[in-house]
Write a protein that binds this ligand. Structure first.
Ligand SMILES: Cc1ncc(COP(=O)(O)O)c(C=O)c1O
Length: 376
């Protein structure tokens, strides 16, 4: 029986069945029943078994997300921070601007990183309200309205290379539940902390990326899904390992990939399929998060600061309003096996990360702790 529940924001909990399979495979990896004579960490990434594994992982991902044929799937390294740089390196044209929606610390960091490579326009930011919501589209300031930089080459209208959003802000706990449409440029989405917790309209996006370590695997691999027509934008002088077209052309096997992370991610993709796919992941995410937000809203002690329409189903942020009581509650929970509930250091309070692998019983245990806790 499970003794503790891990509410860590990432690296985060993996399904028990996946951990069990990893344990069984550790001394010797069996690929479709055939022993490979070594663990998955010790076999060549150029061997037939690993090449089949990565192809199968891609096929499973394509099936789960219904990825159209004109999109490439790339398994990369460098984490989401790597993508903060790779996106502008590949997509930001020298005479254009990149539009960033800043709805939390991650999209802010991404916009600052992108500014190292070219012109950035912040469409809107919810920083002044403590990121308790996602700025509404009516309030966005588009590149063409404010940027004069390329006015001379585009008849007075500055062009946007891409529009960037973080669809789930892990630290502040807000989520974009419906991706923006009718944009002047391809939509780029950092979906790291809710990837595969719901279906996504891939065709509405130019590029989606996600670090694995929240919902789909261990740290070390970052999945990039990119529309083929965007691959030709990259200048020649960017690093090969961050060059989407180059990496895609090599089937993500240009250099040594993070074999263990890809293997564990592949197992998680199979687990998601076996559970009923993204419809079932979404049903569970709604069930878990509704139970938790209902308990917070009914609590005389705790409040959830994020606007109801923007509340994340994955990262539930809440506070008592008194840091000493927050610390006491976190300790009270730890004593009951409810781990890693302390909020991110930049905002404090509590954060319960309830990704795909979190069973409903974990949320029930947390709700019971909230009800029973009496501050001293
Ligand atoms: C939404 C989001 N984007 C980016 C990052 C940065 O990821 P990494 O540390 O893998 O570079 C995180 C990490 O927690 C995140 O939650």
């Amino acid at each position: 029986m499970q003794k503790t529940f891990n509410f860590s924001p990432g690296p985060a909990m993996l399904p028990a069945e996946v951990i069990e399979q990893i344990r069984a495979d550790l001394p010797e990896w069996h690929w479709h029943g055939v022993g490979q004579g070594a663990s998955v960490m010790e076999v060549s990434h150029r061997g037939k078994a690993f090449e089949e594994l990565i192809a199968e992982a891609e096929a499973d991902l394509r099936e789960l997300l219904a990825i159209p044929a004109n999109y490439k799937v790339i398994f990369m390294q460098g984490g989401a921070w790597g993508q903060f740089a790779a996106v502008p390196m590949n997509l930001l044209r020298a005479d254009e601007t990149a539009d960033y929606l800043v709805s939390g610390g991650w999209s802010k960091s991404a916009s600052v990183e992108a500014a190292k490579f070219g012109a950035v326009n912040v469409l809107a930011s919810s920083e002044s309200s403590g990121y308790t919501g996602v700025p509404v589209k009516n309030d966005w300031k588009s590149t063409s309205a404010i940027n004069k930089r390329s006015a001379h080459i585009n008849n007075g209208i500055a062009l946007s290379s891409y529009t960037y959003v973080c669809s789930n802000e892990t630290v502040y706990g807000n989520e974009i539940h419906s991706l923006p449409g009718d944009l002047p440029s391809p939509l780029v989405v950092d979906a790291s902390s809710h990837f595969l917790s719901r279906s996504m309209d891939v065709a509405a996006c130019g590029l989606i990326y996600a670090g694995a370590q929240k919902n789909i695997g261990p740290a070390g691999v970052t999945i990039v899904i990119v529309r083929e027509d965007l691959l030709d934008r990259a200048p020649k002088n960017i690093p090969s390992v961050f060059h989407y077209k180059h990496m895609a052309a090599h089937g993500s096997l240009f250099n040594t990939p993070p074999v263990f992370a890809i293997y564990a991610t592949a197992l998680t993709l199979k687990w998601i399929k076996a559970q009923g796919g993204l419809a079932e992941m979404e049903r569970r995410a709604i069930e878990r998060s509704t139970m938790l937000y209902d308990a917070i809203d009914a609590s005389p002690l705790f409040t959830a600061p994020v606007a109801i329409a923007d509340r994340s189903r994955m990262n539930v942020v809440f506070d008592s309003g008194n840091p000493a009581i927050d610390t006491e509650f976190v300790k009270f929970c730890e004593a009951r096996g409810l781990m890693s509930l302390r909020g991110h250091r930049v905002r404090g309070g509590m954060r319960a990360s309830i990704y795909n692998a979190m069973p409903l019983t974990g949320v029930e245990a947390l709700v019971a702790a909230m009800r029973e806790f009496k501050p001293t």
